[in-house]
Design a protein around this ligand. Structure first.
Ligand code: ADP
Ligand code: MG
Length: 308
């Protein structure tokens, strides 16, 4: 049965869409069959795969409003190994149109139930808000990957995001898990990037992927050519990073998979980034603190007492 992962962070511009596209493409290169769901009315994920978003008859909007079936809105093989449920600006109206609809939080989950067996991973690109679209994604999901941009306000809103994940878990989807936290747009030239990574690691170390995505202009260019980085510039540092992340994601599900290759560009960076290769990280179970120690730190928000 395919694993369903929401890529979420209510902050805009942190790398959700870039991660959705390129992690999916890298997973496909590892031989996985992927369905990408564009759950953002901006439709950047759709256009990033080279799909003309405004020319689609059936999109996530029609699916949520029960105007088409799941099969009818899936675009096949937008790149080899990847199918896509597209989105465009029409999706912005879904929030209003779903008011009063019975069990509106469960529509996407029910729709994906029909197809999840056809895929190894379903990757959902969430909008930059905690609205009904994000909640639909979190209710459908097994887990959430949180991209965090290496910048000064990185932690702003993270606490709120984790609170939302906890609420969804308590009330709507008991199996929802944090899959991992991935740092994006790491700039090796600034101390700030390294400090942000350290600061977040102090709080939620056990979730952080060993792979850090560097700031790489090729990643920013690729969408305008409608291609993932794996074909646009397979030799770039961005492509190498997303390929390493894909291997890590697969390994967290199945530790018998081979370890990721170390990234040469990053191993030359501050020691702090080297100290926790993914393979050495303890499992989430090991690291979760004992329950019943109420506090507002991120660490304890993520503790078992909150995990329900
Ligand atoms: N690692 C990176 N290096 C360089 N530019 C990046 C990187 N990741 C994202 N970007 C650029 O930053 C902007 C925001 O990224 P995006 O993935 O759209 O964020 P979100 O979906 O969270 O709003 C985009 O212009 C994107 O091309
Ligand atoms: Mg986006």
């Amino acid at each position: 049965m395919g694993k369903i992962i929401a890529i979420a962070n209510q902050k805009g511009g942190v790398g959700k869409t870039t991660t959705s596209i390129n992690l999916s493409a890298a997973l496909a290169l590892e031989g996985k069959k992927i369905l990408v769901v564009d759950a953002d009315p901006q439709g950047n994920c759709t256009s990033g795969f080279g799909i003309e978003k405004n020319e689609q008859e059936n999109t996530l909007y029609e699916l949520l409003l029960d105007e088409c079936s799941t099969q009818e809105c899936i675009l096949r093989d937008v790149v080899p190994g990847i199918d896509l449920i597209p989105a465009n600006i029409n999706l912005a109206a879904a929030e209003i149109e779903l008011i009063g609809i019975h069990r509106k939080e469960f529509i996407l989950r029910d729709a994906l139930d029909y197809v999840r067996d056809d895929y190894d991973y379903v990757i959902m690109d969430c909008p930059p808000s905690l609205n009904v679209l994000t909640v639909n994604a979190m209710v459908a999901a097994d887990s959430v990957i949180v991209p965090i941009q290496c910048e000064y306000y990185a932690l702003e809103g993270l606490s709120q995001l984790i609170h939302t994940i906890n609420l969804v878990r308590e009330r709507l989807n008991r199996r929802l898990d944090v899959e991992g936290i991935v740092f994006t747009m790491f700039d090796a030239r600034t101390n700030l990037s390294a400090q942000v990574v350290e600061n977040v690691k102090d709080n939620v170390q056990q979730y952080v992927y060993g792979t850090v995505i560097p700031r790489n202009i090729r990643l920013a260019e690729a969408p305008s050519y409608g291609e993932p980085i794996t074909t646009y510039d397979p030799r770039s540092s961005g492509a190498a990073a997303y390929r390493a992340l894909a291997v890590e994601v697969i390994r967290r599900d199945d530790p018998s998979e081979p370890e990721p290759e170390p990234l040469s560009e990053l191993t030359a960076e501050p020691e702090s980034l080297q100290e926790q290769p993914a393979s050495k990280q303890k499992s989430l179970q090991d690291e979760r603190p004992a329950s019943g120690q109420g506090s507002d730190t991120l660490q304890e928000q993520l503790s078992p007492s909150e995990w329900g």
